[in-house]
Write a protein that binds this ligand. Structure first.
Ligand code: NDP
Length: 245
């Protein structure tokens, strides 16, 4: 496999951290972004025992901060081959509770964070005439349920943004691939950050019964990166075998 420079947002835990470890083990240079510096530093040190990484403290809801992450990749490794938008959060609740702050945070991180990632790296990929976006949506992009309206809306937006970007880059023959990944229940820190305690309890029980390891998501993402450049894996949906919805 060719060595690639891979930027990962949301790399401080869960799916992003699992992807970073696997891709570094496969010989790629990984650039980690998230807000918790202690976690990034620890993961980067761990990866640097066997591979190559660097990190930048990043808030993806802020364009300047996200651009600084891209600049770190360019300064350290000279290019950006893959940009993985994994930063996200899922504080679900019923509309009647009026948790406006949570709605805005999900919109800022889950949607604007992805747009900021694209804006921070697309011109570089176009100049290189090669690149790939991996945007983490969710099975919640395909279906919704009570309490999940805003989260599902943000993930459906990620799906739509990804498909439009894919069509634009294909038409431009830019060599930029787009992959949208929709996981089901994955065992990460996601549920621990749900602010509505009743909703959180229900989710914890569900995740305890069904959730699978983030390594599974890392494996399918690595597969999409390792495909020959003339082939894009555009959509991946994966969930625990026994998860119904
Ligand atoms: P985690 O909570 O373990 O990871 C979320 C990551 O996002 C953390 O690294 C966190 O880092 C980062 N993050 C949150 N806000 C920001 C921000 N403003 N700027 C930069 N980074 C931020 O959850 P997961 O690994 O599960 O979540 C990863 C993605 O996968 C999310 O998009 C989620 O919606 C999606 N997903 C998860 C599923 C699951 O069941 N776990 C299922 C389907 C999709 P920090 O706090 O340090 O900034």
């Amino acid at each position: 496999m060719d060595k690639k420079v891979i930027v990962i947002t949301g790399a401080s835990s869960g799916i992003g951290a699992a992807i970073a470890k696997l891709l570094a083990e496969q010989g790629n240079q990984v650039v980690l972004g998230a807000r918790r510096e202690d976690r990034l530093q620890q993961l980067s040190n761990e990866i640097n025992q066997v591979g190559e990484s660097t990190y930048a403290v990043t808030d993806v809801s802020d364009l300047a901060s996200t651009k600084a992450l891209a600049q770190t990749a360019l300064d350290e490794f000279g290019r950006i081959d893959v940009w993985i938008n994994a930063a996200g959060l899922m504080p679900q609740s019923p509309f009647s509770e009026g948790r406006v702050k949570d709605w805005n945070t999900m919109i800022d991180v889950n949607i604007k964070g992805v747009l900021n990632g694209i804006e921070s790296s697309l011109s570089t990929m176009r100049e290189q005439k090669t690149g790939q976006y991996i945007n983490i949506a969710s099975v919640a992009a395909h279906n919704t349920h009570a309490n999940g309206g805003v989260y599902s809306a943000t993930k459906a937006a990620v799906w739509m943004i990804s498909e439009a970007l894919r069509q634009e880059e294909a038409a431009a023959k830019s060599g930029v691939r787009v992959t949208v990944v929709s996981p089901g229940a994955i065992n990460t820190e996601l549920v621990s950050k749900v602010t509505d305690k009743n909703v959180q309890e229900g989710m914890e029980a569900f995740y305890k019964a069904f959730a699978i390891s983030p390594d599974r998501v890392a494996k399918v993402i690595a597969q999409s990166i390792n495909m020959p450049a003339d082939t894009g894996i555009n959509e991946i949906v994966l969930r625990p075998t026994n998860q119904i919805g």
